[in-house]
Design a protein around this ligand. Structure first.
Ligand code: PMV
Length: 335
């Protein structure tokens, strides 16, 4: 099955290509996985081996404006700078847009404003594709459902399936070969006291893309076979923790899940190691303060060296005293 087949299934026959407004506009938040997506059962469609669960950061993400223009190519502007045509970033966007260009060849000016570093393990591709597909829906008046947009965002970048919503989100792995049952949905929990702190260690582009690292892990890590079982357990514990509003259970399970994911990467060959010395130093600091003072502070880490700290509002001052450079984000608006 090809990506274009998925697009055909969603649109049936005809993909509307007449702009309904002067511009399409959408914001999509970045999302941090508490239970990670790591490994694909089908590479072309980004179909995951397991389900996953994330939390969206409300004001961090990508604001995308798109305009149809007369030039015979797409022009991408990222944070006010035009990105060269031959860059992988522009090529990836162009290939994605080609899926929606049928008989009428339209080209876009795409203006992306991102307030997170690009390709540094802060889910820039997730919010990027989610906002692009939502902006297309707006510009061409497609009136697609959030579920359909989640499927389309997923074929751009797997974790983008989850960036269609705020709050807690679950991406169902699905079982169908065409992936029509592999979409994300919001979970009905709010947690106003929950804080995520971004501990920025490096904003450099990562040396190995998550796409490449995932494939390498699936095909070479002997530990990978234990990963689906671990995710199954963690997902059910996390949902229980959300029901019980048990922070220690939720955040502890998230930390364990992230470390298990990194263990599968470390055991692949050539090894994939996103940790920098500063990442490990920060982990030790967290483990130490948890042990010595009983502080409820945990972390998660994605395909990059930066940590995302998890804690409750009541501990914010203590956490900031330990990590003064931390950017603290309240995930939910106060009730
Ligand atoms: O969607 P991708 O290809 O950027 O992969 C995301 C992988 C992780 O961020 C490490 C985990 C996740 O679930 O977001």
């Amino acid at each position: 099955m090809k990506k274009s087949d998925v697009v055909q299934t969603i649109f049936q026959q005809h993909i509307p290509a007449i702009p309904q407004h002067e511009k399409g506009l959408a914001f999509a938040p970045t999302n941090i996985a508490l239970c990670k997506y790591w490994g694909k059962r089908e590479v072309e469609l980004n179909l995951p081996v397991t389900s996953s669960l994330s939390i969206s950061l409300p004001d961090k993400g990508s604001l995308t404006s798109i305009f149809v223009h007369d030039k015979p190519r797409d022009v991408v502007i990222l944070n006010d700078k035009e990105v060269p045509d031959d860059s992988p970033f522009v090529k990836r966007i162009g290939q994605f847009l080609d899926l929606f260009r049928q008989e009428r060849k339209w080209y876009l000016k795409i203006d992306i404003k991102m307030n997170i570093p690009v390709a540094a393990g802060l889910a820039s591709s997730a919010c990027g594709f989610a906002s692009l597909v939502t902006a297309l829906n707006d510009l061409f008046g497609w009136s697609l459902s959030q579920r359909q947009l989640s499927i389309l965002a997923r074929i751009g970048s797997g974790s983008a399936a989850r960036s269609l919503w705020k709050g807690f989100v679950e991406w169902h792995a699905g079982v169908q070969p065409d992936g029509m049952d592999s979409f994300a949905e919001p979970l009905p929990f709010t947690w106003p006291e929950l804080c995520v702190g971004i501990l920025s260690i490096s904003t450099q582009e990562k040396p190995v893309s998550s796409r490449e690292a995932m494939q390498r892990t699936v095909s070479t890590s002997v530990l990978y076979s234990s990963w689906p079982k671990k995710v199954g357990q963690d997902l059910s514990i996390m949902k229980q923790a959300l029901h019980l509003k048990n922070f220690t259970l939720l955040a502890g399970t998230a930390e364990s899940n992230a470390l298990n994911m990194h263990a599968t990467m470390l055991s692949s060959w050539p090894p994939v190691c996103y940790f920098l010395p500063e990442t490990i130093a920060a982990m030790h600091k967290i483990w130490d303060v948890r042990k010595r003072e009983g502080l409820d502070l945990f972390f998660t880490e994605d395909a990059g060296p930066n940590l995302k700290l998890l804690f409750l509002d009541k501990d914010k001052e203590k956490v900031l005293a330990l990590f003064p450079e931390l950017e603290v984000i309240k995930v939910f608006d106060p009730e």
